[in-house]
Write a protein that binds this ligand. Sequence first.
Ligand code: ADP
Ligand code: MG
Length: 238
Amino acid sequence: MIEFVNASKSYGDVVALADFSAVVPSGTITVLMGLSGSGKTTAVRMVNKMVIPSSGSVLIDGVDVASQDAVALRRSIGYVMQDIGLLPHKTVLDNVVLIATIAGQSRETAQQNAREMLTLVGIEASSFGRFPRQLSGGQQQRVGVARALATKPNILLMDEPFGAVDPIVREELQDELLRIQRELKLTVLFVTHDRGEALKIADQLIVLSQQGTIEQAGTPRELTKKPANDFVRKILGV
Ligand code: ADP
Ligand code: MG
């Protein structure tokens, strides 16, 4: 379980996130949905200490991340961004192996985990030796997910991971994520501004306005049936 407790972040005069409190239950998908600049990335990056709160805290299973070693923490948390940044001169397999070995796995274990995770996300063994540029955008994104899973994390942070792929591939990736999340019982914090994606994959949907103000949180069904206000109605298109 991830808990944000009055988490705030300011950059000079800019308040990126103000008093954000929310719970991401274990083994479920929580989606943060909001317009650009509403503090989604800031909130997500607080979980793996890429952003340090100006005040407030983030707890994982009751333990404040502030008290945890950043490297160890990032090992236990997968992170996927829109621009996944695969290393261009390394093969698909080596891109995934590298992350696992950096995380301390033996070369043999890393190889084994990398193959397993690539297979899990639907990359065929015949593509393991290819270079990233030889893959489609959707396949590259799958490799990004495999890489995030290579350290066997319980938590997966996904910040607009499928924003750059076309709609049909995007649907496939969403289906794969749902399957993998169930199979590995992952706790997923997922950011999107796409309402279709949010409504499809969320167990819990949190709609944010500027500075991470929670306009409404609940199941997709609850929000579409009973939007709390015009903002929620509009952003969900109901
Ligand atoms: P979102 O992911 O919802 O688009 P962000 O969390 O990236 O929102 O940003 C929230 C606000 O904080 C924006 O106004 C953004 O410009 C500002 N911000 C984010 N990161 C920084 C930074 N490193 N320095 C200055 N301002 C930032
Ligand atoms: Mg963002």
